[in-house]
Ligand binder design. Structure first.
Ligand code: GTP
Ligand code: MG
Length: 151
C-alpha cells in the first residue's frame, strides 16, 4: 500500500474541479486520509518544487502555485503513485489523453489543474511539507488491506 500527495492547483480550485477530482479518486477505490484548502508560502512552494529550481519557469511556477488557494490531499491505495499519475495524465496538453484529468480539463502546460507525486521519496517529502504526520492515520494500522494482516 502506498500514499501520495495530490493537490488541486489554483486554476482547478477556481474552476470548481475539487469535487470532480475527489470523485475520480474515490471511484477508483482509493482512500482519502487528509485534505485541506490552503494558501501556501513561497518557502513551502519552493520546497515542494525543489527539483525544478534550475528551470527557467521556476519563478513563474512558484508565483502561480502561491497565487490563490490550493486543495492539498493525502490519498492511499495499491500502487497509487503510478496509478494516480496515469489518472492525472501528461504535463503537456498535446500528450494528455482524453479520460485523464489533464486531458479532460487542462489545455495549458503551466496551469494544469492538479499535481501528483512522482515517486515514493517525493510523496513522503511532499506529504510532510503540507501535513502534520500526527493528523494522518498511521500506516497500515487497522487498515483492511494491511499486508501483515491479510492471509
Ligand atoms: P506536477 O504533478 O505538478 O509535478 O506535474 P508533472 O510532474 O507532470 O510535471 P513536472 O514535475 O515536470 O513540472 C511541474 C509543474 O511545472 C507542471 O505541472 C507545470 O505546472 C509546471 N510547468 C512545467 N513546464 C512548464 C513550463 O514550461 N512553463 C511553466 N510556467 N510551468 C511549467
Ligand atoms: Mg512533477
Amino acid at each position: 500500500i502506498q500514499r501520495t500527495f495530490i493537490m488541486v492547483k489554483p486554476d482547478g480550485v477556481k474552476r470548481g474541479l475539487i469535487g470532480e477530482i475527489i470523485k475520480r479518486f474515490e471511484q477508483k477505490g482509493f482512500t482519502l486520509l487528509n485534505a485541506e484548502l490552503m494558501t501556501i508560502s513561497r518557502e513551502k512552494a519552493e520546497y515542494h518544487y525543489m527539483e525544478l529550481q534550475d528551470k527557467p519557469f521556476f519563478g513563474e511556477l512558484v508565483d502561480f502555485i502561491t497565487s490563490d488557494s490550493v486543495f492539498a490531499m493525502v490519498w492511499e491505495g495499491e500502487n497509487i503513485i503510478e496509478v494516480s499519475r496515469s489518472m492525472i495524465g501528461k504535463t503537456s496538453p498535446l500528450e494528455a489523453l482524453p479520460g485523464t484529468i489533464r486531458g479532460d480539463f487542462a489545455c495549458s502546460k503551466a496551469e494544469n489543474v492538479i499535481h501528483g507525486s512522482d515517486s515514493l521519496l517525493s510523496a513522503e517529502r511532499e506529504i510532510a511539507n503540507f501535513f502534520d504526520p500526527l493528523s494522518i492515520r498511521p500506516i497500515n494500522k487497522d487498515f483492511p488491506y494491511d499486508e501483515r494482516k491479510s492471509v
